[in-house]
Design a protein around this ligand. Structure first.
Ligand code: ADP
Ligand code: ZN
Length: 736
């Protein structure tokens, strides 16, 4: 075995990690040489140890400026759990705890002191800092000092005079998102002298990016969540009411989620955040307000249910997935209506901010519509290069393809809009192009149009998707109360062949490709034991009053469930277990494992070489209700639910579920094949007066005379129709 360097020694002894991540060692070296530095590492890159390790090596104090109280709390908890003396000074810390911190500081025992920026340069603290100067000022989230960045905080501006007060103490600035301009601005503002600038690789290889147009957004969200039941995720929305509604809806479907936005009280925010950290809920549905304070390393997916406000935001928010280095997925679902929602928010800001905000959104739009590797796009945005394929994004995985004749298809769509006198919405235009025989078309004589059925070889969903693509590229716009489609000047240019839009289509995925890597990383892991350990982790966390991930990361749990250590020396070789963790939790963990192995008569204390592939229970992959698809052609033929049930040998109730899926997936608005139109009419009217997300009140409104099945079919068609009309839930959005 090679001898460890002193800093590696500390990494191993306190954190239980074998190796440094990229640039960590360089960053530590710069600080130990008392140089100023700017360290740009992506979220999860491991910035904290860059300033924590020097404090331990030199046994001197490092003062850390951090913008959020919750962030400080997590860091201090995490350090204490490793046996490091750390404290925070902010408005939430009681006076006696602050006094204790001052005493440790004076006695030279304190290693890390977290301070809010507005507190740092108060007279009283300046006085203490002069008497007992720290060896380093570490500025976390340093981009907050730059008004060029996406997260400017005025209180950070005060840090500009830090160098004047303490010209000889080095400053190290850390950030996860900084374009080259913002980087220069940070160096200038903090007056860094000849700084060591370290910019990490923004390519987060463990993240797989998917960008999709939002269709029935909830289904897209659910299918990601289904693959990660019992594990943690974050879902972002634009506005606070969207977060509330989506969270409520997911709960009704049986997922456990909580909302998070700026209008919640401080207690509620803390409670909801802790619920995620303690694994009491599987996801938080949040606005942009959520995140800075979240340090949870085992977030397995981040879903943007709506467009993020900038690429910087996207990089930071999606970067909260997989901070433990294990595979995680990032999904971005977008629609043209998101731009409208942001526009309403942008309207409220100053002229200068508005220009900048629109430019930021433009980049997000480009990212969404583009056909470049997602990892490459992000790397380039932050001034780096990356050579695709990444094998970890929808583009490189071959899930998206450019349409062969984008101009011809765009012209068909635009001329159809024109021929319908610019008087109809997305759904109707798609039906005309598809050649639907629905009553409403015939009523307007649209089956006579030259564009009728021009795209009949494609699905209605695909056609609608293309219309949406034309909308978001500005060739069409929605107008009026009913959101009818109008051609824009650019759209007319397309009709004249002077411009060609980009149109993409989704390629049918072969099953399992998205989560391939997830399965890999479970290799050799005893799944059931993992669950038991997770349970134990929850108990340990509750007892210690810290977040679950502070006790052990998921990676550590997997490694435990893989190697099943029952001896201390082997325990210390587990990823993420250092001496303090072994001392604090080791006995309980080993006891559980010992018992587990005895009861099942399976070997313990495996070394990596004898952890076999077959040994682990594989992660069961639940296929997403594909049975329903078999029923679709039969519905298409016009068979009734009962007939389909008989053909497929399934219960009526099951086939009924398939029918609802069919209606949604095929955008059926006309329920007359299953429900008498006059009855449907009554239901639709009554639904306006009852809580429309619940069936029971409606059922009761008809004194139980109309069966639930009929109610559901009618409402499913109605809901498809509402989406077509553009009656979407985004119209009343308010920020945060
Ligand atoms: P950042 O602040 O850059 O987003 P953190 O400092 O919170 O990232 O680190 C993210 C996670 O990675 C933490 O759980 C941390 O303990 C872990 N980590 C840091 N350095 C290493 C390393 N060298 N090896 C393994 N894990 C590490
Ligand atoms: Zn790629």
């Amino acid at each position: 075995m090679t001898k460890l360097s002193p800093v590696q020694e500390i990494l191993k002894q306190f954190w239980g990690y074998e190796e440094f991540r990229p640039l960590q060692a360089d960053a530590i070296e710069a600080t130990l040489q008392a140089r100023d530095s700017l360290v740009v590492l992506p979220t999860g890159g491991g910035k904290s140890v860059c300033y924590q390790i020097p404090a331990l090596v030199r046994q001197q104090l490092t003062v850390v400026v951090s913008p959020l109280i919750s962030l400080m709390k997590d860091q201090v908890d995490a350090l204490r759990s490793l046996g490091v003396k750390a404290a925070a000074l902010n408005s939430s810390i009681p006076a006696n705890a602050q006094q204790a911190a001052f005493e440790q500081w004076q006695a030279g025992q304190l290693r890390l002191l977290y301070v809010a920026p507005e507190r740092l340069l108060t007279d009283s603290l300046l006085e203490r800092l002069r008497q007992h100067p720290p060896a380093l000022f570490a500025i976390d989230e340093a981009h907050c000092i730059s008004s060029w960045g996406h997260d400017f905080r005025p209180e950070y501006r005060m840090l500009a005079s830090l160098k004047n007060h303490f010209p000889t103490i080095p400053i190290a600035a850390y950030t996860a998102t900084a374009t080259p301009e913002v980087r220069d601005d940070i160096v200038r503002q903090l007056q860094l002298e000849n700084p060591v600038v370290l910019v990490g690789d923004f390519h987060r290889a463990n993240l797989t990016y998917h960008v999709q147009r939002r269709q029935d957004g909830y289904n897209q969200i659910c299918s990601v969540m289904d693959r990660y039941r019992g594990q943690a995720g974050i879902i972002y929305t634009i506005a606070r009411n969207h977060a509330e509604q989506l969270s409520e809806y997911l709960n009704r479907l049986g997922y456990k989620t909580l909302p998070y936005h700026a209008r919640l009280s401080e207690q509620e925010k803390t409670k909801h955040q802790e619920a995620l950290e303690q694994d009491e809920v599987e996801a938080i549905v949040a606005t942009i307000a959520f995140g800075m304070g979240i340090d949870k390393s085992n977030v397995r997916y981040v879903i943007h249910a709506e467009m993020p406000r900038s690429i910087e935001n996207y990089q930071q928010e999606s970067g909260r997935a997989g901070r433990d280095g294990l595979p995680a997925e990032c999904w971005l679902l977008y629609s043209a209506s998101d731009l409208m929602a942001w526009e309403r928010i942008i309207q409220q800001s100053s002229d200068e901010q508005r220009t900048r905000a629109r430019a930021s959104l433009k980049s997000v739009e480009q990212f969404c519509h583009g056909l470049t590797c997602r990892h490459q796009y992000l790397a380039q945005y932050f001034g780096q290069s990356f050579n695709p394929p990444c094998n970890a994004c929808d583009v490189c995985l071959g899930k998206l393809a450019a349409v062969a004749e984008p101009l011809r298809i765009s012209q068909m769509i635009l001329s159809c809009v024109w021929r319908c006198n610019e008087n109809f919405g997305v759904g109707h235009i798609a039906k005309v192009l598809f050649g639907s025989r629905e009553a409403k078309l015939v009523q307007f004589g649209h089956q006579e149009l030259s564009t009728f059925g021009l795209l009949k070889e494609h699905t209605q969903r695909q056609i609608r998707d293309w219309i949406e693509q034309l909308l978001s590229q500005g060739f069409l716009e929605r107008a009026g109360e009913y959101h009818v489609l109008h051609l824009t000047a650019a759209g007319r240019e397309v009709l004249r062949g002077e411009q060609t839009p980009i149109l993409v289509q989704t390629v049918k995925a072969s099953p399992g490709t998205t989560s391939l890597q997830v399965f890999d990383s479970w290799e050799g892991v005893d799944r059931e034991l993992f669950e038991q350990l997770r349970q134990l982790r929850r108990e340990l966390a509750t007892e210690a009053q810290v977040a679950a991930f502070i006790v052990f990361s998921d990676a550590t749990l997997r490694d435990l469930a893989r190697r099943r250590p029952t001896r201390r020396d082997l325990l210390l070789s587990v990823h993420g277990i250092g001496e303090r963790k072994a001392a604090d939790y080791g006995e309980r963990v080993m006891q559980l494992i010992r018992q587990w192995c005895i009861e099942r008569n399976i070997p313990s204390d495996l070394t990596l070489s004898n952890v076999s592939r077959s040994d682990g229970h594989s992660l069961d992959s639940k296929p997403i209700k594909s049975n329903a698809i078999a029923a679709f052609p039969l519905f298409e033929e016009g068979l009734s639910v009962e007939q389909v049930a008989e053909r497929l040998g399934r219960a009526n109730s099951t086939v009924h579920e398939y029918l609802i899926t069919y209606i949604k997936q095929h955008d059926i608005t006309d329920s007359s094949r299953w429900v008498e139109p006059s009855v449907a009419n009554k239901i639709r009217i009554a639904a306006q007066y009852t809580d429309n997300d619940r069936l029971r009140p409606l059922f009761e409104a008809f004194h139980g005379k109309i069966p639930y099945e009929i109610l559901r079919i009618t409402l499913a068609c109605q809901s498809v129709e509402n989406t077509h009309l553009g009656h979407n839930r985004y119209l009343g959005g308010t920020p945060d």
